[in-house]
Design a protein around this ligand. Sequence first.
Ligand code: SF4
Ligand code: SF3
Length: 539
Amino acid sequence: MFCYQCEQAAQGTGCTKIGVCGKQPDVAALQDLLVHQLKGIGYWGNLARQQGKKDAAIDRFLIDGLFTTVTNVDFDPAAIVKILQHGDKIRAQAQALAGAAANAPEAATFALAADQAGMVRQGEAHGLTTFAVDADIKSIREIIVYGLKGMAAYADHALILGYEDETIYAYLHKALASLSDDKLGLMDYVGLAMECGKVNLTTMGLLDKAHTDKYGHPVPTKVQLGTKKGKAILVSGHDLKMLEELLKQTEGQGVNIYTHGEMIPAHGYPGLKKYTHLAGNFGGAWQDQAKEFVDFPGSIIFNTNCIQRPAEAYKDRLFTWGLVQWPDVEHIGGWDFSAVIKKAQELPGFDEAPGKEILVGFGHNAVLGVADKVIAAVQAGQIKHFFLIGGCDGAKSGRNYYTEFAEKVPKDCVILTLACGKYRFNKLDFGDIGGIPRLLDVGQCNDAYSAIQIALALAGAFKCDVNALPLSMILSWYEQKAVVILLTLLSLGIKNIKLGPTLPAFISPNVLNFLVQNFNIGPIGTAEGDLKQILGAAA
Ligand code: SF4
Ligand code: SF3
């Protein structure tokens, strides 16, 4: 196997024997084959679309297929085999829609093996190390693949709430088709990568609309970190609709629901916080789950990334839902959570133990609702600078940088944060500036959309370019959603981003040079040095 799609790639170059994430070689091969198959479906789908023909089943399969291959989502070979078999039918459907083509690539025509072992062999023959292309082309093609995976995750959450957008599907087909087109050069792919960023802004906007139409705009809300007496279920992932259904099915049953990781912003939505048994938030960052879940006295369910190898101590009370799967962990296929609730009722649950409270719910509507106050504070010199410290968390020790950075941000600066990296500092007290909290939790990673809306509104108010705002972006990446968000920021022309904890292994030196020259993107240094550089330059 060879995989370098996430930040924890072994030795900073790639996982070759087994994934640091726990991905086994057979799963890696099956996922490589799925990506290969998706390129073929995209080829036919794109051709069909050029003739004005499309099919919702084909479009939706692209989303499921891509999201399945995101880091820490699907570790179950049997589940991926089923997806590949379904994909084979979808490919035939797409081919029938497109009609004959003279030079269809192999990805669009191969015959899927009959069994899992055969599929694994096919996947091995289409792994990254088999790509005979120039290093820069390979790099930029992979950037697009990872961008598509991240975008598909957001499109999936929107789709689950009934929201779709034709722009997304058209781009997915075009981009997947481009990946087997050897006539395209580096700059063609750079254009497609920037378009990926733009289309992802549309996707995150669609998800924002889906969330806010359905659950209202998030409002500043205190989240309890302690526990309530009663049975308990922990929900990890990103999907709000799944949480809502579970809240409905547990109402009045003496079972409290706790959020984990990227589910914490759920507490800010009026349509979800109205459930009084949405009791609080449990645990820290996703990479601490194996240690922390042992102490959770109820059932636990994952609705998206990031699942890790479950410890035996809690495996029998762990469930997966949606596209997440782990071998031998009970999977909930639809919307009936009675097995999860039944398990919670058999377990001891929590005693009453109130704890600290932290604030969430600073989406664009809440922040822009007090924009006048914020602008006045900037003009009066009370707020000197804004830092967006956001992105994914991970296990590497270099990630202490983000805690240190947040702690060292001067008292006259405001920190905006989003995604799961905030668990490095969201329980610290930052105080406020004239009633404006110094730490504003904007939400999940997809709520980067909110942060962008806030930045654009501030730029409008100050009549300047976003790059001229007293705003710096200090980002952490781990998986492919972070890749697509980065592409979105670049597609908006946002410069001077600091990225860590390390730069992606899949960026070739020439592609990196391009990014540095055009966007002045750079690696994080030390918290103190970077702060000095940013605030010195801003002074
Ligand atoms: Fe390694 Fe990350 Fe790929 Fe897992 S997803 S195999 S950790 S590079
Ligand atoms: Fe986190 Fe896995 Fe990326 Fe949604 S939950 S941001 S890492």
